[in-house]
Write a protein that binds this ligand. Structure first.
Ligand SMILES: C[S@@+](CC[C@H](N)C(=O)[O-])C[C@H]1O[C@@H](n2cnc3c(N)ncnc32)[C@H](O)[C@@H]1O
Length: 294
């Protein structure tokens, strides 16, 4: 049986409202994915530096009544959105699979795999994170997350403590735990991200080693590795906090930085951190380094 699919990009903060409205209008399913867009580069004072867009995909039956409904919804959305909504006829699909079809198992580095639930990789030595990002950012398919996952895969995390600041789906903290870290602290100012992180930690069997906090409630202890995939602006303003959380000899990993923002971000950390050459992927850069012992 064919289906009608309505897809459009919206600010992530509005995803829940749009999802609820579409479900109330009669959508059979509503799914969200990272839109892979450019972030809001310079959030204004008091603005939340969120990754700006998600792609929302709603599925409807394809009878004439639903067709008329979808066209009406698309016309309304056209007035509200900067980009046009897309209507597509989907033939013979199981609707639950529409999201999964865009989220495939993917390998990062040598052995780290991020997989949708129920889709294991075909590799014997794989370290697997099963993920459902929910409303939160982080499936590994964005270059900024991929850069962090590749760094984690190459790191010696055995027995270490990790802080994932701006955890989103919890993907980095959970990957670190699966790769051998003893304990992780995940922090985000978005409650939905904290919920997604808790759910994903439980699904990966690492809840007992993962603590989840809003920034103002996070413990002020030091850790062996600080990961922060946020944006250049917040990374600069958070520099004193992130450096203070890092033990001597610990690793700092910063992502969410466009290649031409590397100098600005590096300048905020260079006095206290021995920085390596940035790692690049698409237009994005990972800035990493180590806090010296003295
Ligand atoms: C780009 S996502 C990264 C998610 C995940 N760590 C990853 O690598 O895919 C950035 C996350 O940082 C959070 N965030 C942004 N600014 C923050 C801040 N100042 N304090 C805490 N969380 C913040 C956002 O809510 C979002 O979940």
């Amino acid at each position: 049986m064919p289906w009608l699919q309505l897809a459009f990009d919206i600010p992530r903060a509005e995803a829940e409202t749009y999802s609820l409205n579409l479900e109330m209008a009669g959508a059979l399913s509503v799914t969200l994915g990272d839109a892979g867009d450019e972030p809001q580069l310079e959030p204004g004072p008091g603005e939340t530096p969120l990754w700006s867009q998600v792609t929302l995909t709603a599925l409807f039956e394809s009878d004439p009544e639903s067709q008329a409904l979808v066209e009406r919804l698309a016309a309304n959305l056209t007035e509200q959105l900067s980009a046009l909504p897309r209507i597509e006829r989907i033939e013979d699909q199981v609707w639950e699979r529409v999201w999964l079809d865009t989220f495939k198992p993917a390998r990062f580095g040598r052995r780290l795999w991020i997989c949708p639930h129920g889709q294991p990789p075909e590799a014997d030595d794989a370290v697997v994170v099963n993920l459902d990002p929910g409303l939160a950012f982080g499936t590994g398919h964005h270059a900024t997350t991929a850069l962090c996952l590749e760094w984690l895969d190459g790191a010696d995390l055995a027995g270490k403590t990790v802080l994932d600041f701006g955890c989103g789906s919890g993907i980095l903290a959970i990957a670190a735990l699966k790769l051998g870290a003893a304990r992780a602290i995940a922090v985000d100012h978005d409650q939905q991200a904290l919920d997604a992180t808790r759910d994903n930690a439980a699904a990966n069997g690492v809840s007992e080693r993962l603590e989840v906090y809003l920034p103002e409630q996070a413990p002020e202890q030091t850790v062996d590795c600080v990961l922060a995939n946020i944006l250049a602006g917040p990374l600069v303003s958070l520099a004193p906090i992130l450096i203070a959380r890092l033990s001597a000899g610990g690793d700092l990993v910063l992502s969410g930085i466009l290649a031409d923002q590397v100098e600005t971000v590096s300048a905020a950390y260079a006095e206290r951190i021995q920085l390596e050459s940035p790692r690049l992927r698409e237009d994005w850069a990972l800035v990493c380094g180590r806090r010296p012992h003295t």
